[in-house]
Design a protein around this ligand. Sequence first.
Ligand code: BGC
Length: 459
Amino acid sequence: MLLRKKIMKKFLLFLTLTFPLLSIELRWDWNKINTEEVSFPKNFIWGVSTSSHQVEGNCYNNWTLWEKYKKYEPSGTACDHYNRCHEDIALLKQLGVDSYRFSVEWSRIEPQQGVFNEVEIKHYRDYCIALKNAGIKVMLTMHHFTNPVWFENKGAFEKEENIQHFVNFCTKVFEELHDVVDFWITINEPAIYMFQGYVRTVFPPGKTNLPKASQVLWHLMLAHCRVYKAIKQLPAGQDAKIGIAHNILQFEAFRENNLLDKVISKNYRNIVSDCVVEFFKTGKFNFKFGSELSPTQLPYFANFEIYYPDAPECLDFFGLNYYSNVLLNVLKGSEDYREGDIRTDMPYAIYAEGFYRAIKQVSEVGKPIYITENGIPDAKDDRRATWIKRYTYAMSQAIAEGYDVRGFFYWSLMDNYEWDFGYYQKFGLFEVDFKSQERKLRQGSLAFVDIIKKYKELN
Ligand code: BGC
């Protein structure tokens, strides 16, 4: 038995080493493509996204403490969106969007365990009403990377028993806002929360522990499903549209025939992208890192499997966040680029073909898709228009092939606090002067404005 297993293992290793590896990367010839040739379904939703900690300013949560501890640039007053959110509605109107995705800050609403701040709830409620009055649909995220300090101190999503706190919070928010919110996102990018906080250590709590990472991601999946079920049982819950926002980050081998690049990228791809899709598709949560084939015997091995049959029923739509792929080159010790790649200001290139692939991948879950984030960090504003044209073209291609994409939210409405990168990264359609708080529409953003205008005229 043992001998057979050993032979099998050797045979698999031999196969992987000797077979020329087919590239999974898709590349289009952009010189031959007319990005103006796009079409979008009637009632397609156009929006923009932000998150509380990144724009509101003066929050007290686990991230505020983390910024200090890590000596990151402090988030401070950010875009002062907490105080200026009403006047910022004019920015949404200027773009012509009909929807806005933003998040409520848990630490404001429930500053102490079980104590809800009615003034803060009213703040968000009044804001949702103002958006509605302006003809803007609301997509509300309940968790976008930050935790109240009390929740963090309890071990946050490391412990299954803590999930109930999150369910209580979401239930309260739903009870208070259900009549003024159009779409609900329970958790933003659970796998990125896990990866940045428990593998890369750039997000709190900054641990390197893969078995723990697998537990955290599993608990986030469970938290989503429990919130979904709790809300659906409420009187207004049946009609609520509830989803999750998941980032597909395609780690791929830079050297396509190199076993190391291939194995390591596959491991990363599994824990960061694929296992969440698989969970909602089949109910199987399969967190594997450091496969048996790995010749490196990666130090933080994790192999956690569990089955939750209800998972495919715990989603009304799938929120896809997509930016780019990451080409891993083990030789270089980091990401790499293909010849001709247009780089962004973050460590990834413009890769709209990956967006098309990601839409196809998440469509396997079998739910309507909303693109809940997509945008470029581009301080010089000399690549933003190209990004917008190529990515909307890629999305339109997927739609033309029958993939059920119903909306697109650009990241981000305005420049904001980009976590461990501070204010250095410029994702905004609007440039923000953080001293005067003046917002100015960037030239490159006009490509987005034009698409929306054209689409509206057609409908
Ligand atoms: C996150 C945002 C972030 C954006 C750009 C997404 O992963 O949800 O909070 O600002 O990417 O990096």
